[in-house]
Design a protein around this ligand. Structure first.
Ligand SMILES: *Cc1c(COP(=O)(O)O)cnc(C)c1O
Length: 407
């Protein structure tokens, strides 16, 4: 018979189920009798769903980002434990607020839902009757002021509450548009350069007239400082996506800002039914996963990460250029998806290949690869969603297809 010590030693030598290694949790409590379990199911494969190397970026259609190990472990562990949803939000909200210099914060079902709930809170306050009444705005303010260049499709999140957008261009127009119907002023961060009114002035106008201001900075980390910059600046509400560069759960986001407004916003959010936000559910696993993702993102060595993106872009550019008659160009959008983009263009007199054809060939290859479309004879790509080593695959596959298309 084996001694207890020997038995334990043998057991610990057995391969553990992937993903649970290193959590420090007893396997039994988290996974049932994991040690006897068959290999995990690959449901993507089973259903014939195409998976791919993502050299495009954080696109919702491409399921945006992959969560890091710490986030997946949090989801796996907390998925086996019950908790009161409001208590999870209270505790996580306090931590997020502290990390991002906000009075209060709450995890929402993405940035879009942060906008709906944030505005709902502004409109209703803590009045239960008004909360139940949305999107019927009888007895409430019903207009949101926006700069014309900021008035893009995402404002549907705001008009969902029943409000009307009031587009303005200049400070004079903005002040003239303010009335007792004005509920909020909304700023779209990535469009800032296109507007006549910049952040500080916008916030000052809001304060001058006693109107809450909200900023949408959904895809605007990096830089990491943006997570507190707009709270420090005095925006009353700040909305950000959790599942873009922060790599939190794709269906999570953060609403942060004034304590009274966050409290009011939560009254339109689950678990409360009979509200405009009841369908915007985010469960404890995602809320806690969001918190861990945010914490990890803030603690990342951003200079090192940036350098690794540059190295990957350089490797792909240098490899592909060897094909000949190829031009590469690296650029970085100043706001939103602020990460190096590589454009690869080819001279059509040397290649029998169009941009859609190359995209289709990369998609059909093994592994399948997604890049961004561009001009007729060019593709663009980013490397911030690549898993380690995939830059080599991308470089090789693009080179192969371009070489094969040479005339
Ligand atoms: C992505 C995005 C949103 C929506 O964010 P989700 O987290 O997907 O809900 C809103 N506004 C802007 C500018 C975005 O880029």
């Amino acid at each position: 018979m084996l001694s207890r010590r020997k038995l334990l030693k043998r057991l610990s030598a057995l391969p553990l189920v992937g993903g649970m290694i290193g959590t420090g949790l007893p396997l039994q409590s988290a996974m049932g009798s994991s040690l006897e379990e068959a290999p995990k199911r690959d449901v993507m494969k089973e259903l014939g769903i195409r998976t791919f190397v993502n050299a495009a970026g954080t696109y919702t259609a491409m399921t945006a980002s992959l969560m890091p190990k710490e986030v997946m472990e949090t989801i796996q562990i907390t998925g086996t434990q019950f908790a009161m949803l409001d208590e999870v939000q209270d505790k996580v909200g306090a931590k997020i607020a502290e990390l991002c210099h906000a009075e209060a914060a709450t995890v929402t079902a993405g940035c879009w839902s942060a906008m709906v709930l944030g505005l709902a809170g502004v409109l209703t306050g803590t009045d239960r009757k008004k909360i139940a009444q949305l999107p019927n705005l009888q007895g409430m303010k019903n207009e949101v002021i926006v700069q014309k260049s900021h008035n893009v499709g995402y404002v549907h999140a705001l008009t969902n509450t029943g409000v009307t957008m009031v587009p303005v261009e200049t400070v004079e127009e903005l002040e003239a548009a303010i009335s007792d119907r004005t509920a909020m002023m909304w700023f779209l961060n990535y469009q800032a350069p296109e507007g006549k009114i910049q952040h500080e002035e916008f916030v000052a106008l809001g304060k001058k007239h006693g109107i809450p201001t909200m900023i949408d900075m959904a895809a605007d980390v990096p830089p990491v400082e943006n997570l507190w910059k707009y709270n420090d600046m005095g925006f009353d509400l700040v909305c950000v996506s959790g599942g873009k560069a922060m790599k939190g759960p794709q269906s999570a986001g953060i609403l942060m800002g004034r304590k009274d407004l966050i409290e009011a916003a939560r009254l339109s959010a689950p678990p409360r039914g009979g509200t405009i936000g009841r369908g915007m559910k985010v469960n404890k696993e995602e809320i806690l996963g969001m918190y861990v993702a945010l914490e990890k993102y803030i603690n990342t060595d951003h200079d090192k990460e940036w350098k690794s993106w540059e190295d990957k872009v350089f490797l792909i550019a240098e490899t592909v250029k060897k094909v000949g008659n190829i031009t590469t160009d690296v650029s970085v959008p100043p706001i939103a998806n602020h990460t190096p983009y590589l454009e690869i263009s080819w001279d059509p007199s040397y290649f029998r290949l169009t941009r859609p054809q190359l995209q289709e060939k990369l998609r059909a290859g093994n592994p399948s690869i997604e890049v961004i479309g561009g001009k007729e004879h060019a593709i663009s790509l980013t490397v911030f969603m690549l898993r380690p080593g995939e830059e080599k695959i991308v470089a090789k596959r693009i080179s192969e297809e371009l070489s094969a298309a040479k005339v």
